[in-house]
Design a protein around this ligand. Structure first.
Ligand code: FAD
Length: 473
């Protein structure tokens, strides 16, 4: 339903990701034409590919590293996300405890080390991406969610997290919303950042170290070539096709049609949407408080995530998570009117004092959801190719860890990372179509219903829970 006030608020919103719509966006690098060779070919120039290239070069400056992207580095999920850079490698502590009970302590430690290392890399390479380690505040907006927050607080404390459980008045003193009934502030395990500026900064750092990057270069096929692999590429409109012969290949193509057949069973592309407001005036800032600038998320199954930007806009995203039959991915799916109006209406319910504020941008992007909600890893072509996929909407931080695992796998090394269950075990696959779409849509419907029924999960969700299967964004 299009309400008059959401229509007004959205009337001037540009249908492009705010983060990418800025004059500082770098010019594209030329496509690959003709034959090339490399020690390591990285396919995909989002965070996963950029971290892989950068870490490979930092470890061995003589290694010849070539990265190609079908578009430009950071144009996809990495340049259009919420910018919540979480320490968690397991899509949250509760999911990690459930799936990896024996090593969750180690995964928590590695996640924290990973977030610290991201901060250190940003400093070392002078990447200006508005990195603010403000933590994340989870808010209850329905009475039944309060029990969940208390349980999460207890779990967090047991795992050494600095968590603060806030009652109704305390949480509203942090951020003024009449919808908040309580909150849980995990103070230092999430940083907020400017996603596109991080991707562009990693790209520049990689180039500075000597990584060769070709943009508008899509890999169309991979074949064995003696002890190496050969990738064929298609360039932009008038670029000739190319080939790259590489001893090792890192596959970092996220939710896009995978070059490796087996990945089709393990991930589904799911669209997630966001709005950006105009910058708040000083009076509007005063009306919401939010002096500690935490990243915010409510705690229903269909949740919103929201945050301030460096210039005090509010990004407001989430809620709908949309799957299209047959794993469809297409630019047209990045715009969804109904979702934008839902988000705008929910924004005004959350912050009625900001009525009149307009949205400057609206966009969507695709995430690679897997049934365990956190990345999985593997090799193919006798260990000459390695991949990490399935970050399920929490890849801003975890992709750096995934890049480390990818490089260890490509080295054929037995390391503390390659020995992890997280790395060795795969998620349960999704069924083929048409059962895939039917199952995902039934799950979405059931999750929405649970939110409307005080969190009570129906038989379908309880069955999925029993088998450790799920659908999330
Ligand atoms: C709207 C939205 C909000 C999100 N919010 C958050 C958040 O707040 N926090 C969080 O942690 N995560 C968030 N995520 C998820 C996060 O953005 C991703 O997990 C992360 O960016 C994944 O990085 P990536 O490098 O794997 O993928 P991408 O950034 O998607 O990069 C993949 C790249 O591969 C390239 N490619 C694909 N196929 C080929 C090919 N055949 N040849 C050459 N190149 C190819 C593409 O062009 C693309 O650039 C969000 C995602 C979306 C869409």
């Amino acid at each position: 339903m299009t309400l008059p006030h959401t229509g007004r608020a959205l009337a001037d919103a540009a249908p492009v990701p705010y983060w990418l719509d800025r004059p500082t966006r770098p010019d594209p690098l030329p496509p690959l034409t003709g034959p090339a060779t490399a020690d390591l070919l990285v396919i995909g120039g989002g965070y996963a590919g950029l971290w892989t290239a950068l870490l490979a070069k930092e470890a061995d400056p003589d290694r010849d590293v070539l990265l190609v992207d079908a578009g430009t580095c950071g144009w996809a999920a990495s340049g259009r996300n919420g910018g919540f850079c979480a320490a968690s490698l397991t899509h949250g502590l509760a999911n990690g405890v459930e799936r990896f009970p024996d090593e969750i302590g180690e995964l928590e430690r590695l996640g924290r080390e990973n977030l610290d290392a991201i901060g250190a890399t940003i400093d070392r390479h002078g990447i200006d991406c508005d990195f603010e380690r403000t933590g994340e505040l989870a808010v209850a907006v329905a009475p039944y969610q309060l029990d969940g927050l208390a349980a999460d607080a207890e779990l967090g404390r047991r795992h050494g997290r600095d968590v603060r459980l806030l009652d109704r008045d305390e949480v509203r003193a942090e951020v003024a919303s009449p919808t908040y009934l309580g909150g849980l502030w995990d103070t230092d395990r999430t940083a907020l950042l400017d996603p596109a500026k991080l991707a562009w900064g990693l790209r520049r750092a990689a180039l500075d170290l000597g990584v060769r990057i070709h943009e508008h270069t899509r890999v169309t096929g991979l074949t064995a070539d003696g002890p190496a692999l050969r990738a064929t590429t298609a360039g932009g409109a008038d670029a000739a096709p190319g080939t790259v012969r590489a001893a090792r290949v890192a596959l970092a193509t996220n939710a896009f049609p995978p070059l490796l057949r087996r990945l089709r069973a393990w991930t589904v592309p799911v669209y997630d949407y966001a709005l950006m407001t105009e910058p708040l005036t000083a009076a509007q800032r005063d009306a919401v408080g939010w002096r500690n600038r935490q990243g915010l998320a409510d705690t229903g199954n269909q949740f919103h995530y929201y945050r301030l930007t460096a210039d005090n806009r509010i990004l407001f995203g989430g809620y709908d998570a949309v799957y299209h039959y047959g794993n469809r991915v297409a630019p047209a799916l990045e715009q969804r009117e109904a979702t934008f109006h839902t988000l705008a209406a929910h924004f005004l319910t959350t912050f009625p004092q900001l009525d009149g504020l307009r949205f400057s941008h609206r966009w969507g992007g695709v995430i690679d959801t897997c049934t365990r909600f956190c990345a999985f890893f593997g090799t193919a072509h006798q260990g000459r190719l390695a991949y990490a996929a399935g970050y399920t909407g929490l890849g801003v931080g975890a992709t750096r860890f995934g890049a480390r695992v990818t490089l260890d796998l490509l080295a054929g090394a037995d390391t503390p990372l390659t020995r992890l269950d997280l790395v060795r075990r795969k998620p349960l696959p999704f069924p083929p179509e048409p059962i895939r779409a039917a199952g995902i849509n039934l799950t979405r419907w059931s999750l929405a219903r649970a939110d409307a029924r005080d969190g009570r999960r129906n038989l379908w969700l309880r069955t999925l829970d029993r088998f450790g299967l799920g659908f999330d964004s």
